[in-house]
Design a protein around this ligand. Structure first.
Ligand SMILES: [Zn+2]
Length: 82
């Protein structure tokens, strides 16, 4: 599916994502999105929460604005001092 629309940025640089695009990506109010500038294009994708330590996306526990997976939480509990 390809959707292409023209929108104007407001004075603060805000651009409203058209409903069709929000629905296609499953973006609702409060959903985090990642913007990536690549050459002359900006890619916008739904941010998938992942473990700050290993990158896993399963069994996450929130830690402030970050997340840590259950396996990393368990391994931290068994860390040895160097
Ligand atoms: Zn992890």
């Amino acid at each position: 599916m390809k959707i292409s629309m023209v929108r104007r940025a407001d004075a603060l640089g805000r651009v409203v994502l058209p409903e069709e695009i929000r629905n296609a990506l499953g973006i609702a109010e409060g959903t985090s999105v990642r913007l990536t500038l690549d050459g002359g294009r900006v890619a916008l994708e739904k941010e998938t929460p992942q473990c700050a330590l290993c990158g896993s996306t399963e069994n996450l526990h929130s830690h402030g604005e970050s997340a840590v997976c259950e396996a990393c939480v368990a391994s931290i509990g068994t860390l040895e001092q160097l």
